[in-house]
Design a protein around this ligand. Structure first.
Ligand SMILES: C[S@@+](CC[C@H](N)C(=O)[O-])C[C@H]1O[C@@H](n2cnc3c(N)ncnc32)[C@H](O)[C@@H]1O
Ligand SMILES: Nc1nc2[nH]cc(C(=O)O)c2c(=O)[nH]1
Ligand code: SF4
Ligand SMILES: [Mg+2]
Length: 212
């Protein structure tokens, strides 16, 4: 069984509560969404078809237990579920970055799902699958990538109406180079929000480029 893979690389985890951990990233090709801020549009096409067994062999070369499956939109290839299962069976600690437009309920329960809820200013609000919020487990995380003060207020209100912070940790992240991290930090403090504010560590380390 093959998946279309854009890149497999080893880096410092730059997002989620796993930030800072040496991690192998498996970036699958393709995404049905077009968030205005997407930093990974280069993965919308291209890449090569690779057998799942060969993906695991490549991951093993890096000698780390942390693996993140991302994209593009990894769940857009339905056989991604077999990759996630095989990685868990092999003993890796696996996280999945998903944009929330596809049902997460079939994802292997050993995987930590980082569910990105798309905001109004992302341009992709219409594609959120809201039932995903009912499938969260305590080892998952919900993430809001914020384009503006209006997005922040929208996310803050959604947190309270859906009691999301009671289900799992919540991440608030500014769109890189667009929302000031200092402003976001001050908004979070002013509203005493129960969220983890974060910036993309890999971009502080290496700037915005593929393979990091
Ligand atoms: C490239 S996406 C791939 C996974 C999936 N398609 C998704 O959107 O979650 C990985 C993460 O990077 C975030 N991201 C993309 N572009 C960004 C930017 N310019 N600034 C901050 N975060 C960004 C996304 O919101 C998402 O949380
Ligand atoms: N270093 C690093 N950490 C990341 N965490 C999530 C990423 C992603 O693109 O999904 C990512 C990425 O692209 N690079
Ligand atoms: S869902 Fe993820 S990969 Fe797709 S356009 Fe949005 S940020 Fe980029
Ligand atoms: Mg990235």
């Amino acid at each position: 069984m093959k998946l279309k893979v854009h890149e497999i690389f080893y880096s410092i985890q730059g997002e989620s509560s796993r930030v800072g951990l040496p991690t192998v990233f498996v970036r699958l090709t393709g995404c049905p969404m077009r968030c205005v801020y997407c930093d990974t549009a280069y993965a919308f096409s291209g890449g090569s078809n690779i057998e799942i067994a060969d993906i695991l062999a490549k991951v093993a070369e890096f000698g780390t237990k942390y693996v993140t499956v991302t994209g593009g939109e990894p769940l857009a290839q339905k056989d991604c579920h077999f990759l996630l299962k095989d990685l868990c069976d092999a003993g890796y600690s696996v996280s999945l970055e998903t944009g929330g437009a596809i049902d997460i309920s079939p994802v292997d329960k050993r995987v930590s799902v980082i569910l990105d809820v798309k905001t109004p200013d992302s341009g992709e609000l219409k594609n959120n699958v809201w039932s995903n919020l009912d499938h969260l487990k305590s080892s998952d995380e919900v993430k809001f990538v914020l384009c503006s003060r209006e997005d922040y207020q929208w996310a803050r209100d959604l947190l309270s109406t859906h009691k999301i912070a009671e289900k799992c940790p919540v991440l608030f992240s500014p769109v890189y180079s667009q929302v000031s991290p200092t402003d976001l930090a001050e908004w979070v403090l002013a509203d005493k929000l129960p969220v983890r504010m974060q910036v993309q560590l890999h971009k502080i380390l290496w700037g915005e480029k593929p393979g990091v």
